[in-house]
Design a protein around this ligand. Structure first.
Ligand code: ZN
Length: 282
């Protein structure tokens, strides 16, 4: 099975928690970083859609590395780490500064580490193929200073011409190779565990929340709810199903019942409606 890109679990959880609890500055920062990161990766996917790719591959060989995008050809594996930075990037002696602040986890070093780990893994499985790694700055408005052409960095305007030069080889061989590499994946990822937020059911605000503003929505009629901020409307049925999905994301092990869904939606959907919707889902 090849790995398809999914929205990171930590980001899904944070999305469901927004509006239901106060975020610290650090959590707010990490949320927006997650949103931008995911947008950047999806944007890069639109460039590579005609290739065989493996997304979000986590490999472990002593150390662990997460590989955003791995593009597979018969002759070479192309590893891409996508960064969606705005503003300015400055490169000085291999160190990156974003808006004049030194990036703590140097993306160039991380990329190199991931490449070495992948090479090690390939060697162990007797797969002989070179790996080429690049850091991709996907944001077209980002400005870079001190960039040397020898650095493994691709800027937005370089992506398309770079990919156009890649020769893919035989699709059968590529698919076979991709399958072998995709099998390296481990679910055992220390990074995702670290990013998970702590929360408890009792401390979360109940109600129906607007998908974009995360403000609680009001009932405007027997069948409709509306966001107080952006005026976005939902039928109560849609809103209920959205809230139930959020409940599943936040509490995957808890059972749903008419009573707790009634509570979860802040009493805005009648128990009778919830009951009917449950019956319909059966
Ligand atoms: Zn809204």
């Amino acid at each position: 099975m090849k790995k398809v890109r999914e929205k990171p679990k930590s980001l899904c959880v944070m999305e469901c928690l927004r509006g239901r609890m106060a975020f610290s500055k650090e959590e707010e920062r990490s949320y927006w970083q997650g949103v931008r990161g995911y947008e950047g990766e999806c944007c890069f996917d639109s460039f590579t859609k005609d290739f065989v790719t493996i997304n979000d591959l986590t490999i472990k060989e002593g150390q662990t590395a997460q590989l955003d995008t791995l593009l597979v050809t018969e002759y070479t594996l192309y590893l891409f780490d996508v960064k969606n930075f705005d503003g300015q990037i400055m490169v000085r002696d291999g160190i990156l500064y974003h808006n004049q602040e030194r990036l703590v986890n140097n993306p160039l070093e991380r990329l190199e580490r991931a490449k070495v780990l992948l090479e090690k893994k390939l060697l162990l499985h007797h797969i002989r193929i070179p790996v080429v790694a690049n850091l991709v700055f996907i944001n077209p408005d980002m400005i870079i200073y001190g960039h040397h052409p020898d650095l493994p960095i691709l800027l937005h305007p370089q992506i398309k011409p770079y990919l156009e030069k890649i020769s893919r080889g035989s699709l059968v061989k590529v698919e076979k190779l991709a399958q072998m590499v995709a099998d390296f994946h481990t679910e055992d990822n220390p990074y995702t565990a670290l990013q998970m937020m702590k929360y408890e059911y009792d401390n979360l605000k109940k109600g129906i929340f607007c998908p974009s503003c995360r403000v609680s929505m009001n009932a405007v009629s027997g069948r409709t709810v509306q966001c107080r901020k952006c005026a976005y409307k939902n039928s109560k049925t849609q809103a209920f199903l959205r809230m139930m999905d959020e409940y599943h994301i936040l509490f995957p092990d808890k059972k749903v019942s008419v009573q707790n869904m009634y509570e979860w939606c802040g009493g805005m959907i009648s128990k009778r409606t919830i009951h009917t919707l449950f019956e319909r889902k059966k």
